[in-house]
Design a protein around this ligand. Sequence first.
Ligand SMILES: N[C@@H](CCC(=O)N[C@@H](CS)C(=O)NCC(=O)O)C(=O)O
Length: 235
Amino acid sequence: MTELSAFPITKKWPAEHPDRIQLYSLPTPNGVKVSIMLEETGLPYEPHLVRFDANDQMTPEFLSLNPNNKIPAIIDPNGPDGKPLPLFESGAILIYLADKSGRFIPQDAVGRYEAIQWVMFQMGGIGPMFGQVGFFHKFAGKEYDDKRPRDRYIGESKRLLGVLDRQLEGRDWILGDKYSIADIATFPWVRNLIGFYEAGDLVGIQDFPNVTRALAAFVARPAVAKGLDIPKRPS
Ligand SMILES: N[C@@H](CCC(=O)N[C@@H](CS)C(=O)NCC(=O)O)C(=O)O
């Protein structure tokens, strides 16, 4: 399709199905938000693997789509007014896909803003804070002698888990009985904190039973199980 070829990213990651949403990603907690959403909605898409071990995110082709050198990013060939829409920032992409599909976001104004509010809570709080716990607990930062940054991020992560746990009290999902983009934004990060970052004990995850109960329901969804492994990492 001529329109997609106008995007330099398609030179490095050619579109085999230019009529489908093009996803540039890796199965990290931010990346899987979008693959899970695409699996949940059933919108047709084509995933492309962005390899950090090859520094793909720093290539001119990738930067032409996201100058912030981070996954996930998409191009919807059939965006608003039928024109291609390039988009980065997982929260913005979730809202866009929810609007496009009419799913996983309440259709009334109050419910819609409530969903966006909790997506922002994840984007501005849970993601950055849990990410720093990973850095200071599991990765390069664990060698630092000064433990104050580590303790600060652990404390803040516990506080955020407490907020989330109280919101989930008596509710199946963050917005109540309806599963939404707020859950799709949040639970990949909780899963990652406990799993890959091995920080469950550190944050006292057992103190947040509503969070662990909702996380279990989240990972039991077939679309979540699929989305967690897209794009496939090279074996
Ligand atoms: N706020 C961004 C954060 C995206 C982000 O941090 N992505 C990480 C992977 S989870 C990344 O691409 N890191 C590569 C790099 O920093 O070079 C979003 O939610 O989309």
